[in-house]
Design a protein around this ligand. Structure first.
Ligand code: B4P
Length: 194
């Protein structure tokens, strides 16, 4: 029988460690990490039309419009028809993105298996991102006002996605403060139990 593919959403506010953890989970479980943030930064680095469009929003700490984000995500997942599944990192960030993801997976006879949210308080986020900003060269990490705006956008536009999947009994929240290894361990046990 064909092995079941698993699709995990790694969720949480900016700087909660989604990217950090997803990279390690990708190796451990052989899943493909899909980070919309990384995809946009790649396009920005190459100064493509998509990158120029994304930059206008990202540098202010706003979300890139859904139609741009969903189109880019679809192109990415179409490149991995044989993967064991995906870890979506930083996607979906709005309810329309969640609906689009569900539809894309349903076309393939699949669905989201679990949304795992990392819980981190605002002051810890600001501290982490200002620290990363010293070396990342990212305009959205460079200034506290932009970081606070990203947190506000998360609360207003992104956090409802947790409830959207909670209604399907798929959301779970874990502590996101602590050592990277401990958090990795908690995530791995949850994924193993799917
Ligand atoms: P993203 O690239 O998704 O990233 P992020 O929010 O900065 O954070 P992440 O949670 O991945 O943090 P990380 O592991 O790096 O988004 C950037 C922007 O792209 C968005 O604001 C938006 O404009 C745009 N965008 C992306 N996706 C979009 C979408 N779907 N729709 C619309 N717009 C979209 O960790 C942060 C720091 O914390 C690192 O320095 C790390 O070393 C440190 N850290 C991690 N875990 C730690 C721990 N346990 N303890 C201490 N430090 C830790």
């Amino acid at each position: 029988m064909e092995e079941k593919r698993i699709n995990i959403i790694l969720f949480g506010p900016p700087g909660s460690g989604k990217g950090t953890q997803a990279k390690q989970l990708e190796e451990k479980f052989g899943l493909v990490q899909v980070s919309t943030g990384d995809l946009f930064r790649y396009e920005m680095g190459n100064n493509t039309p998509l990158g120029q469009k994304a930059k206008e929003y990202m540098n202010k700490g706003q979300l890139v419009p859904d139609e741009v984000t969903v189109g880019m995500l679809k192109n990415k997942i179409d490149k991995f028809p044989e993967s064991k599944g995906f870890i979506f990192d930083g996607f979906p960030r709005t309810i329309p993105q969640a609906e689009a993801l569900d539809a894309l997976l349903a076309e393939r006879g699949e669905s989201v298996n679990s949304l795992i949210a990392l819980k981190v308080d605002d002051d810890e986020i600001v501290k982490r991102l200002l620290e990363r900003g010293k070396t990342s060269g990212r305009a959205d990490d460079a200034n506290e006002e932009v970081i606070r705006n990203r947190i506000a956008v998360y609360k207003a536009e992104t956090s409802p996605v947790y409830n959207y999947y909670a209604e399907k009994d798929l959301s779970v929240e874990i502590e996101g403060v602590g050592s990277i290894e401990d958090i990795q361990g908690r995530l791995a046990s949850l994924i193993e139990s799917i």
